[in-house]
Design a protein around this ligand. Structure first.
Ligand SMILES: CC(C)(COP(=O)(O)OP(=O)(O)OC[C@H]1O[C@@H](n2cnc3c(N)ncnc32)[C@H](O)[C@@H]1OP(=O)(O)O)[C@@H](O)C(=O)NCCC(=O)NCCS
Length: 178
């Protein structure tokens, strides 16, 4: 059974091994990867992206969530990736998002991130989600603010100082007893 997440304009699904070439088109773009605080950073070869996809797939297998591939539903084009990863050394779960450049500035990160939060809280039953960005990545921080996330702290993540925001699963209003 294939899982998907639907937003008004986009469909997301877990990665498959055959997705590496399309993912490579944006994870090899220095402008897209400028603020990515990963250990590996920018992918310089398709082999690195093949390994990245394998990581995301095994992550999905192990945790039931991972980064997923995003498709523009109208064109059918793969346009970005987003999803949840567990932070190293803590129990925190991080929401991340990134798009190929032609798709920036259309409200897509906010749309996808909102769908991931809903899925995390209501389907995966995760109690809290964090997101982080370099202080200069104003667009990413603005997405967090639009999602209702609150500033938590500054933190050194993979050697870079990052702004960390967080949000908790909203209290259920449907099960209040009279
Ligand atoms: C960051 C990124 C995901 C944003 O995606 P997006 O689809 O353009 O984001 P949205 O359109 O949903 O929202 C961006 C908001 O930031 C605002 N913004 C964009 N650039 C900005 C800037 N330099 N300063 C302040 N605000 C900015 C936009 O106006 C928009 O706000 P608005 O809806 O109130 O107008 C996208 O630029 C990207 O993929 N960047 C490369 C990867 C990356 O850095 N990911 C985040 C890592 S932490």
């Amino acid at each position: 059974m294939s899982i998907t997440l639907e937003t008004p304009r986009m469909t997301l699904r877990p990665f498959q091994a055959t997705d590496a070439p399309v993912l490579f088109t944006w994870v090899s773009d220095p402008e897209v990867m400028r603020f990515m605080p990963t250990v590996t950073g920018l992918d310089h070869s398709l082999e690195q992206t093949v390994a990245r996809v394998a990581r995301y797939m095994s992550y999905q297998e192990h945790y039931g969530f991972s980064r997923w591939l995003i498709f523009d539903r109208e064109s059918g084009e793969a346009i970005g990736d987003a999803g949840l990863l567990k932070m190293n050394g803590t129990d925190e779960i991080e929401l991340g998002y990134r798009f190929a450049k032609p798709w920036w500035g259309q409200g897509r990160a906010t749309e996808v991130a909102a769908a991931w939060l809903e899925y995390a809280f209501n389907t995966l039953n995760i109690p809290a989600i964090i997101a982080f960005a370099e202080p200069e990545n104003r667009a990413s921080i603005h997405v967090m603010e639009k999602l209702g996330m609150q500033f938590l702290r500054m933190d050194a993540i993979s050697g870079k100082m990052e702004v960390v925001y967080g949000i908790q699963k909203p209290a259920s209003t449907g099960d209040v007893q009279a």
